[in-house]
Write a protein that binds this ligand. Structure first.
Ligand code: M6R
Length: 612
């Protein structure tokens, strides 16, 4: 979850490291730091909070040196204060680290008993002392790093620098990603290729268990036994342009407004609108193509918003393709010892493609001989590279920590996959396929129309601001959408929000309803609309304040004066989950803006969650 950078070159590196860290701030923003080496002396600047604080500190007190490492932190062990900020030092050793060292207590006890003094509450500091300990026994820096790496347990990516060597960074990976960038008389290390994009597009990814020595002219990669391993150099497609907010106040609202375009791009990748048919473009290993016709079940694993996209698709796969779906949050799936069917299909959904729990679920399914398919937004991510079938979303970089356009693009891919599966399995005939394709093609237009409701939704958002609790209700695909609405509201505004399947209300949650409780109901007019109306009546009878998101027919049928209505255009059923996502995003956004929270970087969160 933290971001790591390292540079070995022939010019001052501190400003370059800060520039690269800016591209990694999505991984964490609790604190940041840079260490460089000059004339055999390590020096560092660290600051609590966002990167701008570190930049300020460096302005007043710059760092010289042509070699350095940097870090932006999402706190795991120890509070987000300066003393816990990386890089951590032990004598002549500096370390930055992403992940968790599971055996840090045992190592800390050992090192303390040998006289090493700890100055932070982090697990990272044990690495610095461990390397220093091996140096003391006469090991070379590379030997000391190797011996230390062999003793670490857990998921980590790290970089180590030594006061004694101005042309060496040692990197190690076991879990979270690490990319080595190749420059002209300069080499780089970063948590992803995008961080290194201003410097180079020639990238070598470390695999799990790899460690590497990096100097300004070369790199060498080894396995844990110290044997050389070859890893191919790739050309990254990461953009060197810093994504900016344009004339929007926050990345989140910019990304909300990008949706008509990116949903269109994404659908166009999986739907042949000229031939009116689904054309699933699998960017994975073509030797092992995906065949829905042969499947008995589909297993979907993901986290957070990506999980909720998968949850919506459960309804689609079961309805359109008659394919039963098991869906799990990855943190549960990975330890549940799920029996997997012979040659089954396991689908992983992840914006970043690096989420640790989702990746662990993927490894479990790999061992169980499953066909691995991924829906990712970052094509070069670990999840994409580890999957047989890859279906990218074309959302472009998503910077706001709250997922918006990635979610609707995931839904777009999943809708195409579900219809494609229905065709392959013989449950969708040609006429229905033509109809569904034409309906999908209308999604960008409806998304555009709904964006025009922003001002209206903003006013409703003000009525939610400062409430203590909000309830979201929906049935069918609107149930996972209700969960997404609640997730968006709580992560952005810190208001406690819960979602229920509308029919579940009477089994307990109805006890929460009183005059203070706003209830957001997502209910386009459909075959079960009346059932949801009954649930709304139950809320209204108990004084609950209803915000109903529905269409013209729904508004007419509901006949409730007391409900505040977000009036959506009438639209085909298959695209309602995609388009109804927009008002719930805008509602959460404006609630948070009104309350003055940090919309793009809400407290305690990170964009990419590479720890379990
Ligand atoms: O990168 P991923 O899609 O795997 O991330 C999964 C979740 O961490 C992510 O969707 C998270 O729930 C978002 N902050 C929600 O807005």
């Amino acid at each position: 979850m933290c971001g790591i950078v390292g540079i070995v070159g022939s010019r001052p590196v501190a400003p370059l490291i800060v520039d690269a860290l800016k591209r990694l701030e999505y991984r964490g923003y609790d604190s940041a730091g840079v260490a460089t080496l000059e004339d055999g002396k390590l020096d560092r600047r660290r600051a609590e909070g966002k990167l701008v604080n570190l930049e300020e500190r460096l302005k007043g007190n710059p760092l010289a040196g042509n070699i350095g490492i940097g870090h932006t932190r999402w706190a795991t062990h120890g509070a987000p204060v300066e003393v816990n900020a990386h890089p951590h030092f032990s004598g002549n050793v500096a370390v930055v680290h992403n992940g968790i060292i599971e055996n840090f207590r045992e190592l800390r006890n050992e090192l303390q008993s040998e006289g090493f003094e700890f100055t932070s509450q982090t697990d990272t500091e044990v690495i610095a002392h461990l390397v220093a300990k091996y140096l003391k026994t006469g090991a070379t820096p590379v030997q000391a790093a190797h011996s230390s790496l062999k003793r670490l347990r857990g998921a980590f990516a790290l970089a180590i620098m030594f006061a004694s060597d101005e042309d060496l960074i040692v990197a190690g990976r076991n879990g979270p990603p690490l990319a080595i960038g190749h420059g002209e008389d300069e080499m780089y290390l970063g948590s992803d290729a995008v961080a290194l994009a201003p410097f180079t597009n020639k990238i070598t990814y470390l695999e799990d268990g790899d460690w590497a020595t990096i100097s300004k002219s070369e790199m060498q990669i080894f396995d844990l036994d110290g044997k050389h391993v070859d890893r191919a150099q790739q050309t990254s497609v990461g953009s060197a342009l810093m994504v900016d907010k344009g004339n929007h106040r926050h990345f989140m609202i910019k990304e909300i407004y990008e949706q008509p375009e990116v949903i269109g791009h994404t659908l166009a990748n999986y739907v042949d609108f000229n031939e009116d048919k689904i054309a699933l473009r699998d960017m994975g290993n073509q030797e092992n193509p995906l065949d829905f016709a042969k499947l008995d079940r589909l297993n979907i694993t993901a986290c957070g918003t990506a999980y909720l996209a998968g949850y919506v698709s459960k309804y689609w796969f079961e309805r359109y393709a008659r394919l039963p779906v098991d869906i799990d949050v990855a943190s549960e799936f990975r330890y549940r010892e799920v029996p997997m069917p012979q040659k089954g299909l396991s689908l992983f959904i992840s914006q970043s493609g690096e989420t640790a729990d989702t990746l662990a679920g993927l490894k479990y399914c790999e061992e169980a001989g499953q066909h691995l398919a991924a829906i990712v937004n970052v094509r070069e991510s670990t999840i994409a590279r580890s999957s047989h079938s890859v279906f990218p979303t074309l959302a472009g970089p998503e910077i706001g920590v709250a997922s918006t356009k990635a979610f609707t693009c995931q839904l777009s891919v999943l809708a195409a996959l579900a219809v494609g599966a229905g065709v392959q399995r013989g449950h969708i005939d040609r006429e229905t396929e033509i109809k569904l394709v034409s309906e999908l093609s209308e999604a960008p237009r409806y998304a555009n129309e709904v964006l025009k409701l922003e001002n209206e939704i903003k006013e409703l958002a003000h009525s939610l601001a400062n409430k203590e609790h909000v309830l979201y209700l929906g049935r069918d695909t609107n149930y996972p959408l209700a969960m997404e609405g609640a997730l968006k509201l709580k992560e952005l505004s810190y208001i406690h929000a819960e979602a229920y399947a509308a029919g579940e209300l009477k089994h307990g949650p109805i006890a929460l309803i009183d005059e203070q409780m706003p209830v957001v109901v997502i209910a386009p007019y459909d075959r079960i609309f009346e059932k949801t109306v009954s649930n709304m009546q139950e809320v209204a009878a108990r004084g609950g304040k209803i915000i109903l998101i529905t269409d013209k027919r729904g508004a007419e049928e509901v006949g409730m004066d007391e409900a505040q209505i977000i009036l959506m255009p009438d639209m085909p059923e298959i695209i309602t989950p995609i388009i109804y996502s927009l008002p719930i995003q805008i509602l959460a956004y404006h609630t948070a803006v009104h309350m003055g929270t940090d919309v793009d970087q809400p407290r305690n969160l990170a964009k990419s969650v590479t720890v379990e």
